[in-house]
Design a protein around this ligand. Sequence first.
Ligand SMILES: [Zn+2]
Length: 200
Amino acid sequence: MMQDLIRQLLAELGEDPSREGLVDTPKRVEKAYKFLTSGYDADIDRVLNNALFTVDYSEMVIVKDIDFYSLCEHHLLPFFGKCHVAYIPSTRVIGLSKIPRLVDVFARRLQVQERLTNQIADTIRDKVAPLGVAVVMEATHLCMSMRGVEKQNSFAVTSAMHGAFRDKARTRMEFLELIKLRSAVPGVREPAGYACVGDD
Ligand SMILES: [Zn+2]
C-alpha cells in the first residue's frame, strides 16, 4: 500500500518508477519511513521499564549533546540537532541510557520542535517526579535551509522547564552554563524565531 503510494509519488514528480535506480525505491522509502516514525509504536513504560531507581541524591543530573533526528510535520523533511536534558531527582533517578532512548521515542514521529521539547520534559516530569526538569533542543530544519527560506530561521532553539528550573533563576543559569548553547534560549534571554511554522 505505502509502496504503491511512493510509486505514484515518483510518477507525479515526473519520474519513471520502473527505471533501474527507482525499482526498489518504494520498498526502501517505506522501510525508512517506518523506522523514522517508529516512535508511535513505542510504549514509554516499557522503554523506562526497570530503569527507575530510588535514591537519596538531589544534585542536578545532566545529559547533554544527545543527537536527534526528526521529521517536520509540515513538510515531512528532517530537522535534527542536539538535545540537552537536566533534572533534579526527588526520590528517583532514571537510568542515564534511557534518556537518549526517550528522546528517540518522541523524535521518531512527525513533529514540530516545540512539541517534541515539551513531550520529553513532560514525560520525565510525570514518570520520574523530579524537583525540576529542563530540556533544550537546538536544531537545523532542512525544510527551511534546503528551500532557501530565510537562512537565519533554519536554526532554532526551544526549551521546556518545569519545577526548580522554572522557579529558580540560579538553577536555570547553572544548567544553561553547563550546556553552553550556540544561541539564546527562548524565554530565558530573548525570544526565538521559530524555524518551521508551516506557513508555506
Ligand atoms: Zn517544515
